[in-house]
Design a protein around this ligand. Structure first.
Ligand code: LMR
Length: 403
């Protein structure tokens, strides 16, 4: 709060919303879009998927299950109801992971999972610093700061041919220290859309182990790069090498539940004792903050994961979302190329919800002011909100500010 409490007077609360708010860049942009009164605003700032035409989340499998999965009564479950925890554990765990003990706890979205992992590692494992890619999701740094951890960054550069500059990552990780936390995005890197290969995951695991570093995988886009099985294959090389691993996921993107904050933190460890301690630490933190997570929707999502018909329907729906994102990307790239603009999109081989446009801050601003087209200040464009019918309008606007 920029103004502290200087506006709080005798029984009269005057809350000033100041422009120097400490909100993350995505929240600030969302507020700005909301205040634009023009009729034809194109909001490409945030990763909320909208299907073509109906502007639907793309997922209706949950509607079918609502009647059957009413949550019968309340149970006292600080770490989330068993049914949900077991279902998510099954969804996330690679089949061949037999040497690790596994525990999944329900969290308030993936953000809440990161927050919980950071607090546990800070309080119980001596962690002082957390490493994020540069660039990364706009709110990562704020979540880590709120736990009192120091922030470090590693390079995450995309080569001209659209691949990841893995050497740059390794070079910047030379400064890892024991007990540091290394956050890596499991798939559909936000904002780059370019991920590590299985060999690179092994190299990272070897590096982390040699430095006694904790790895936390942010799997917010699990299932949106390829199938669930293919996406979770990255955990196998990690678990082959590491003694323990934290994995965070949510159903915001993979099931269109952004507003419901349903997520989880899964902990893998070779030591059963360590898993028991993890659960106890998690219980203490959850009980002393928000007491316990909500149960109704967790029951429904557990049913979608465990009921074969519902699961099949979900797999079908998520593959439509993936294909739609991909075809929006291809259509935008060819619209730009046909207008004589190429080289503007650096991550042509990306997957997931975002494309990066090599635009200056002034050009991004011109898109907003002249055309009501909103992307993030760093050039990140969300394909999630881009309808095919708006692609020509977008390409024309980019053309005008570029040529
Ligand atoms: C995004 O990056 O747009 C999404 O993760 C939504 C959010 O909460 O920022």
């Amino acid at each position: 709060m920029g103004e502290k409490f200087t506006h709080l007077r005798n029984g009269e609360y005057v809350l000033n919303i100041t422009v120097d708010s400490k909100l993350d860049p995505i929240s600030l942009m969302v507020n700005r879009v909301k205040s634009d009164q023009r009729r034809h605003v194109l909001d490409l700032s945030i990763g909320f998927y909208q299907s073509e035409d109906q502007r639907h989340t793309g997922f209706s499998v949950l509607d079918d299950s609502k009647v059957d999965s009413a949550c019968n009564g309340v149970t006292f479950s600080i770490l989330g109801i068993e049914k949900y925890r077991d279902a998510v554990k099954k969804l996330i765990t690679p089949k061949e992971t037999i040497s690790h003990n596994v525990s999944t706890v329900q969290t308030i979205g993936a953000s809440g999972g990161l927050w919980l992992a950071f607090l546990i590692l800070k309080r119980e494992a001596g962690a002082k610093r957390v490493w994020f890619s540069d660039p990364t999701w706009g709110n990562h740094l704020e979540i880590a700061k709120s736990t009192g951890l120091g922030i470090e960054r590693y390079n995450y550069d995309i080569n001209k041919d659209g691949t990841l500059n893995f050497n740059a990552i390794k070079e910047s990780l030379i400064c890892l220290k024991p007990n540091d936390i290394l956050v890596l995005q499991g798939c559909c890197h936000n904002p780059c859309g370019v991920d590590l290969t299985l060999e690179q995951w092994s190299e990272i695991a070897i590096l982390a182990k040699s430095r006694s570093v904790y790895i936390v995988i942010d799997f917010a886009y699990f299932g949106l790069s390829r199938s669930f099985d293919e996406d979770k294959a990255i955990l196998t090389p990690l678990l082959d090498i590491l003694d323990n691993l934290f994995v965070v996921n949510s159903f915001s993107k993979s099931l269109g539940l952004y507003g419901e904050r349903l997520g989880s933190l899964t902990f893998f460890s070779r030591s059963e004792l360590e898993v028991n301690s993890f659960e106890n630490f998690a219980k203490n933190i959850v009980r002393s903050t928000y007491s316990m997570p909500p149960q109704q929707l967790a029951t429904q999502v557990a049913d979608v994961i465990t009921n074969p018909d519902a699961f099949r329907k979900w797999v079908g729906e998520i593959s439509v979302v993936r294909d739609t994102l991909n075809s929006r990307k291809e259509a935008l790239i060819s619209a730009l190329v046909s207008r004589g603009i190429d080289g503007l999109i650096t991550n042509t081989k990306s997957n997931g919800m975002f494309l990066n446009l090599a635009l200056s801050a002034e050009e991004v601003e011109a898109l907003a002011v002249k055309f009501g087209v909103y992307i993030l200040g760093n050039g990140r464009l969300s394909l999630a909100g881009l309808q095919k019918r708006d692609i020509n309008k977008l390409a024309n606007a980019i053309c005008e500010i570029k040529l």
